[in-house]
Design a protein around this ligand. Structure first.
Ligand code: NAP
Length: 643
């Protein structure tokens, strides 16, 4: 049983008053599920108290009286549980758990989702995404050498698995600490925008998140803790970059050139290379004439210069994506004058919990109440699974393709426009500027609690929509002739998402250069493995970004399990290498491109980091989570050439 999961929670000796107070902040549907575990009784699933539908919930939720009734039942059950020494009845059967899922969500949860959700919940405390290697001889494990590139979320995850299976490995990390994106993005206001009790490893839940969408320091601390707890840290070579990697077919190894902290280069050989460099790793600076001539401090959102005080300054922020949405309200608190330069507006989804703290009572429940945290996670995952995807498929008969792609998308457009109108009040000029002219979901949907428009409507904040013609030593010049003097410029202009593994030089079998093989159309079978690059695996690779559902952590767990399955096959069968078949990868990529072509992400005439310059969607997965989960459970060795 994983020490991290503890589905039954930790014993407690708190008095009834403390428990009753904690129950006040509970998710009642999750409590009802805990009640079944605590009492072993399932009558409640047939009773009159029923949680409302969790998908698309807008209404008031359960009546107060019913909530109070559930809390009272839980207080009794928890008191009893404490007083009888923390013993639980036998766990619910598989059939009961399926019924509980449908009951808790108010949905008829299809049977095909049950195994995926059960795995995510780990109700038996088992880390089911950890592949069993019982059939791999110890000597074979110890002979192999694996390199993991990057100690961010996915690289750490891979390292944790390698550590667990006793495989010798190194992790190289260009920064001086772990955390990847959660280390590099330290701009004010940086926080996760996927619910945090779901956005953490399934085997390492954290009952202590202080906010529902934690800020960057707390996330980075989480990954630091994981690196230490799972014994990965001693394997990480910090401030070290991979310069190049070349496959030597005769020796079946990757010869990897590393550049260390002192700039010195060395070569090391590894049988297997795992890339965990992510998609949003290399800042994109805008190609604006004169960019480098600006006389004051100028920096990218992911390279925040904390030495520069913004107090009393005229600050310009270029860009209005997810990073800008988070940092602008914070910068507005400091700057004397703030100019936000917008090329296109951003759609945002109202999320009242976005900046809310998790009450102490709720943290108590997450830590102590049996199975509560696991069901709470499920209740976050279910509405963020595949329900949205059908609404992102273009209806070719829909007559308003410029503003929405189908009827449902139009409804979202209207609702989110109303949300903005409601905040702005009577300011048609600002409204015309902020409401996007493209359909919702073409770009990443942002989360908002009103802080964005709250900032833009302040006296000292200007939303500038005239295009920037050039940057000068004094500030920016705009089309129409206006110039804006600035003291500091912030480029919230995104990342070179389509340049996977850039600037590394990766050379595979027969001298194939990854850069040439990919060009502007990076691809990988299942987003993981590329023909002519044996024993080389990508995590969060091409075509795996999630724009409709789930969390990247869930996806990385799927990918790491798949890769560990590949390694297991290599070592168990005494093979030197495995390489994805060309026909398999080509057919997969054809299907993936055809699928993305039918989605809102391919919308013509709108830029986004989901697409390459030719407009093809290269970074995003169009698949249902449940399908991708199924395909990556274990590798089909027929997809590979094994040598
Ligand atoms: P982004 O979404 O790519 O946005 C870049 C912004 O810069 C866009 O508004 C873009 O305008 C603008 N821009 C780019 N070049 C420009 C130019 N030459 N002149 C004027 N404007 C220019 O980048 P991001 O905001 O850093 O976010 C990237 C992704 O990172 C997000 O989608 C998300 O996946 C992730 N992220 C997540 C979080 C979170 O979870 N909390 C926070 C931040 C980022 P156009 O739209 O017109 O191209």
């Amino acid at each position: 049983m994983s020490e991290g999961i503890r589905p039954e929670g930790e014993p407690f000796d708190d008095d009834d008053e403390t428990i009753a107070a904690a129950l006040e902040s509970a998710s009642v549907p999750a409590l009802l599920m805990s009640l079944v575990h605590l009492t072993g009784e399932t009558e409640i699933l047939r009773g009159p108290i029923r949680p409302p539908k969790v998908v698309g919930r807008m209404g008031p939720g359960m009546p107060k009286r019913e909530k109070a009734e559930v809390r009272a039942m839980l207080l009794d059950a928890l008191r009893d549980y404490r007083d009888r020494g923390f013993t639980l009845p036998p766990p619910p059967s598989a059939e009961t758990i399926h019924r509980m899922m449908s009951f808790a969500t108010g949905d008829d949860v299809p049977a095909e989702y049950v195994p995926m959700m059960r795995e995510e919940m780990a109700l038996d405390g088992r880390d089911a995404r950890d592949v069993s290697w019982d059939d791999v001889p110890r000597e074979a494990r110890e002979r192999v050498r694996v390199l993991v590139i990057g100690a961010g979320m996915s690289g750490l995850l891979a390292a944790i698995r390698l550590e667990e299976h006793g495989v010798p490995y190194d992790v190289v990390e260009k920064n001086d600490a772990v955390g990847g994106t959660w280390l590099e993005n330290s701009y004010p206001g940086c926080r996760v925008d996927v619910a945090n009790h779901f956005y953490c490893y399934s085997f390492e839940p954290n009952p202590d998140w202080t906010e529902y969408f934690a800020r960057q320091p707390e996330l980075q601390a989480y990954f630091e803790r994981c690196a230490t707890k799972y014994g990965v840290r001693p394997h990480v070579r910090f401030r070290t970059e991979v310069v190049s990697a070349a496959w030597d077919e005769a020796r079946s190894v990757w010869d990897v050139r590393l550049r260390g902290p002192d700039g010195r280069e060395e070569e090391r050989s590894y049988q297997v290379v795992l890339s965990g460099v992510g998609q949003l790793n290399r800042p994109r600076l805008p190609e604006i004439e004169g960019r480098e001539t600006f006389a004051g401090p100028a920096f990218h959102s992911a390279r925040w210069n904390h030495d520069v005080s913004l107090e009393g300054k005229r600050v310009g922020v270029i860009g209005t994506g997810a990073s800008a949405l988070q940092l602008v309200p914070e910068v507005a608190k400091q700057a004397e004058r703030l100019y936000v330069f917008q090329r296109s507006g951003a759609w945002m989804s109202p999320n009242p919990s976005y900046h809310r703290t998790v009450p102490a009572g709720k943290r108590w429940l997450l830590r102590h109440v049996p199975y509560y945290a696991r069901w709470y996670r499920f209740l976050l995952f279910w509405p963020a699974s595949d329900g949205l995807l059908p609404s992102l498929i273009v209806d070719p008969a829909w007559p308003h393709q410029d503003r929405s792609v189908n009827e449902q998308n139009e409804q979202v457009r209207i609702a989110f426009t109303e949300y903005m109108k409601h905040q702005i009040g009577d300011d048609p000029e600002l409204l015309a500027k902020v409401v996007p002219t493209y359909p919702p979901f073409v770009k990443r949907m942002l989360q908002d609690n009103g802080s964005w428009l709250g900032a833009l409507t302040q006296e000292h904040v200007d939303l500038v929509t005239d295009p920037i013609t050039c940057i000068t030593p004094r500030g920016v010049e705009l089309a129409g002739g206006r110039s804006v003097d600035l003291d500091v410029v912030v480029f919230a202009t995104g990342f070179l998402a389509n340049k996977f593994l850039w600037p590394m030089e990766i050379v595979g079998r027969d001298g194939a250069r990854l850069r040439d093989v990919w060009g502007d159309d990076p691809f990988a079978y299942l987003g993981v493995t590329v023909p002519r690059f044996p024993n080389f695996f990508c995590l969060y690779g091409p075509g795996t970004n999630l724009a409709h559902a789930g969390s990247i952590i869930f996806h990385s767990e799927c990918q790491v399990r798949y890769v560990m399955g590949c390694l297991r096959a290599l070592l168990r069968d005494g093979r030197a290498s495995m390489e994805c078949r060309e026909d398999v990868a080509a057919a997969y990529e054809k299907r993936r491109l055809e699928a993305t072509e039918r989605t809102v992400w391919a919308h013509r005439g709108t830029r986004s980091w989901y697409k390459n310059d030719a407009g093809r969607v290269t970074t995003v997965s169009p698949w249902r989570l449940v399908d991708y989960w199924g395909w990556t459970r274990e590798p089909d060795l027929n997809d590979f050439e094994l040598r």
